[in-house]
Design a protein around this ligand. Structure first.
Ligand SMILES: Nc1ncnc2c1ncn2[C@@H]1O[C@H](COP(=O)(O)OP(=O)(O)OP(=O)(O)O)[C@@H](O)[C@H]1O
Length: 824
């Protein structure tokens, strides 16, 4: 089942009544429930974007309506053993906390208190209906992720360690180590605990929202049903994500900026994960933030509902578009609906001997992008279904786990006799394919009960427990990182083994008499193979780690660029300048970025140059900045950006990003129909690819230069401008003529090839990280028998993390004054 995504538009607050409303709910057909959000194009008011969701709640929707339609139907599933995850997503001040927590009045109560109230009620009913044979226990965990650290909200703040609670991967799931859990008897008990815990939550006033949440808050409600010695456990997770925010609007101070950066980064990573899953990418960047790691969107089984909160105001225009875009893609994430295993309280039976290893092997569910499918039922339909006690519904997202289960006695997987009757599948293609039918269940006492489980639990690593018929089933195309690593390991071992075998045969042929006693060479060979495999895998890990660090930096920098562009769109040059300055440390020495900063500074006046953010640019050598300014001025004629006079209001030269999202002739277009809808991030990537991919070699930057040159020819005066063309070619001229023979180039290469960190760091533009990355990479090349020597400047430019600009700076730094710079 795919993640169910619903949108909720909040009403105007008192102070907002005179403000411009631009977001509205709509239905596909008159009289049908709302399933569309409509918003005008920021470029052209006459044009409107439409985003389709599984349900849309307009300003008049009450807390009760939302809960009844979107949450209540899943409580039954929770008691059937499915994990349920509900999370609120949206820009700061759009109503996430209102939706999840709500107000104090009964009618204003949000999803969380209503959920608990329903859970207690249903628990009591079950106990009553079974004459006390089944008992239901509820326990809570509550924690927050603040500045990318996890803190237990059930513990007083003074008990916190600065680094927070660690995360660990266990049985294919991410667990928070050391998280506390409190039993909760009834609603009063819950309210007391919840209010106390919320006092611990880090909140801080901002201009935008006096009680803006500065952390992601995760409430985990564990429901344990015990009948005799059979225990069924399931979890409902209610997550109130912190809101992304534009620091210019909030006028955040320095501390708030750090919080904001952490919040924005994790949300940005979440959007990247959503995009990656919906595209079917093999690598989903979960590990780049704790929040995404814990959520593991699309990786856990159960039911997930994402509530997108929206403010209807024009002042949120770009933010709203951005979150509409992300969440409309989240619909395509498919998650399996799998009930949690039932366990016995008592010791394991004979048949359960392998359980430990079975649990240990539980791998994350492979991900599959759900091409164009989405839930067909609306919230209202869902509510009607529930009322009629019809088959319950599908859904999905992510669950949160603690590792408390480790303390339990070894569990025994139970089969059909103790499982609830399988629910009738909803007639959607995906759920019907994924849901188990009764026919797949097996008697619990069967000696091979364990092997009967895999229809439900996809555990590909334990081949021995999977039936041949299941092995024959087609595997999903997506793979987890662990699977990829395992595959690489296997492949490397195979290649090495065959190479070694071939060598052994070759060696044996000419001198058979010289063979050592049987057994000894084999042992040596296998040891050599092991060493080789280990060495290669270590090299591979280093490379992956290296790539991840690059991506991490890139994400943060991208976020600032996106914010800068949004500020430009709003006409807020001061805010745009600050964002570009914040982005600078992530793309050091980038000529284009420096050019933007210079132009904005010039525009705003010299005074703007000296504020809190100066540190970011202060590190840039004056000579470089001067050179860059000259270059930028020359390049001006070829940039099709606003500051260059084309009047498209888009300094980044990517005015086409909206055009791509807009249907010609002002027709409405659904965001569901492709990925070419508005996406500020992608737009920045396109435009600023040169500083976003410093490590991808020269191909990209050359392309970029070419594009600029071409643009010049077509947009400036209609005739090619010699300046721009000359500019592109002169940029590298000095170092490209005869790179290896010039003494300066040889000097630079000698420093690089020395692998001496101190020397490399002394090069212009080389900080500690860049130098370390370079040395790591050279060592990696060496380990891979590719020599590990950099033979020319062109070769150096091709290395990850280098690029033309970096090499040029280092080269020029060597010439100026005959020494090397101090690095950035
Ligand atoms: N549906 C609604 N009905 C009435 N008031 C609402 C509604 N949604 C939000 N509000 C009000 O809007 C304001 C902002 O809402 P809220 O604090 O829930 O936003 P938020 O998205 O959680 O912000 P943050 O991310 O900063 O925590 C609050 O005053 C809240 O009471």
């Amino acid at each position: 089942m795919s993640v169910r995504v619903v949108a909720r538009i909040r009403p105007l607050l008192e102070k907002e009544h005179d403000k411009d409303v631009i977001v509205r709910a709509d239905s596909v057909e008159h009289g049908k429930p709302f399933t569309m959000v409509k918003i005008p194009s920021p470029k052209n008011e006459a044009e409107e974007f439409s985003f389709a969701f599984n349900g849309v709640y307009d300003q008049s929707a009450t807390q009760e309506q939302l809960f009844t339609a979107e949450v209540a139907p899943h409580i039954k599933a929770l008691f059937q053993g499915l994990d349920v995850t509900l999370f609120a997503y949206g820009v700061t001040g759009t109503g996430k906390t209102h939706t999840m927590r709500g107000g104090l009045k009964l009618a204003e109560r949000g999803v969380i208190p209503r959920l608990l109230s329903n859970v207690f009620r249903r628990g009591k009913k079950i106990a009553k209906d079974t004459n006390g044979e089944t008992s239901v226990d509820v326990a809570l965990s509550y924690y927050e992720i603040y500045n990318d650290k996890v803190f237990d909200l059930l513990e007083p703040p003074e008990k916190r360690t600065p680094s927070g609670l660690p995360l660990r991967e266990k049985d294919g799931k991410t667990v928070v180590v050391g998280l506390s859990e409190r039993a909760c008897e009834d609603l009063k008990d819950f309210e007391r605990l919840y209010i106390e815990s919320n006092m611990n939550r880090v909140t801080a006033a901002t201009k935008l929202n006096a009680h803006s949440s500065r952390s992601h808050a995760i409430l985990r409600v564990k429901v344990t049903q015990t009948t005799g010695d059979v225990v069924r456990e399931s979890t409902a997770s209610a997550i109130d994500l912190a809101g992304s925010e534009d620091n210019r609007r909030t006028e955040n101070g320095k501390e708030r900026l750090v919080e904001s950066a952490a919040i924005n980064k994790s949300l940005f990573v979440l959007s990247q994960c959503i995009d990656a899953i919906s595209r079917g990418d093999k690598r989903v960047p979960y590990r780049e933030s704790k929040m995404t790691r814990i959520l593991s969107l699309g990786q856990n089984s159960g039911i997930t509902v994402m509530i997108l909160n929206l403010a209807p105001l024009r002042s949120y225009h770009l933010d709203t578009l951005s979150s509409l875009n992300v969440s409309s893609r989240a619909k395509r994430i498919e998650v399996r609906e799998i009930e949690n295993e039932v366990v016995y309280k008592q010791g394991p039976r004979a048949a359960s001997a392998n359980l430990g290893s079975l649990q240990g092997s539980a791998a994350r569910q492979p991900l599959r992008a759900l091409a164009n499918a989405h839930n067909v039922h609306t919230g209202a339909v869902m509510a009607a279904k529930t009322a009629a006690d019809k088959p319950d519904k599908p859904v999905k997202a992510f669950s949160v786990y603690t590792d408390k289960a480790a303390a339990k006695p070894a569990a025994v997987v139970v089969a059909a006799s103790v499982l609830p009757p399988s629910r009738t599948a909803i007639p959607t293609v995906n759920s019907s394919q994924l849901r188990r039918s009764n026919s797949t269940k097996r008697p619990s006492d069967s000696a091979d009960a364990l092997s009967s489980r895999p229809t439900k639990l996809a555990r590909p690593t334990h081949q021995s427990l999977v039936r041949p018929s299941q092995q024959a089933q087609p595997q999903p195309l997506s793979m987890s990182a662990e699977q990829i690593e395992a595959m690489v390991e296997k492949k490397v071992a195979e290649i090495l083994a065959s190479r070694a075998a071939a060598e052994a045969v070759a060696a044996a042929e000419p001198a058979p008499a010289a063979q050592e006693p049987a057994g000894a060479p084999q042992q040596q060979q296998s040891k050599a193979l092991e060493d080789e495999v280990r060495r290669r895998l270590e090299a591979l890990e280093r490379r992956i780690d290296h790539d991840e660090r690059h991506d991490d930096t890139r994400s943060e920098g991208l976020r600032h660029l996106l914010q800068a562009r949004q500020a430009k769109e709003r006409g807020d040059d001061a805010a745009a300048l600050r964002s570009y300055e914040l982005a600078l440390p992530f793309f050091p020495g980038q000529a284009k970025l420096l050019g933007k900063i210079d132009r904005l500074r010039a525009k705003l006046g010299a005074a703007a140059a000296g504020d809190d953010f100066q540190t970011a640019t202060a590190a840039t050598p004056r000579a470089e900045r001067k050179r860059t300014r000259t270059r930028t001025r020359r390049a001006k004629t070829c940039c099709n950006d606003d500051e260059d006079g084309n009047g498209d209001g888009n300094e980044d030269g990517n005015g086409d990003c909206y055009a791509a999202a807009s249907s010609p002739g002002g027709k409405h277009r659904s965001a569901d129909h492709g990925d070419d809808v508005y996406d500020g991030t992608e737009a920045d990537v396109d435009d600023d690819g040169s500083f976003l991919h410093p490590g991808r070699g020269t191909t990209k930057s050359r392309k970029h230069n070419q594009r600029n040159t071409t643009t010049t020819t077509t947009t400036a005066t209609g005739t090619p401008t010699a300046t721009a063309t000359t500019n592109n070619s002169t940029t590298k001229k000095g170092i490209d003529e005869d790179p290896t023979s010039s003494p300066r180039a040889a000097h630079l290469l000698a420093i690089v090839n020395s692998r001496d960190l101190r020397l490399i760091r002394s090069l212009h533009g080389f900080g500690a990280k860049k130098a370390q990355d370079l040395v790591d990479h050279l060592n990696l090349l060496k380990a891979e028998d590719e020599g590990g020597e950099v033979r020319s400047l062109a070769h150096l430019r091709m290395l990850p993390g280098m690029g033309s600009r970096t090499v040029e700076r280092a080269y020029e730094g060597l010439s100026s004054g005959g020494g090397v710079g101090t690095g950035v």
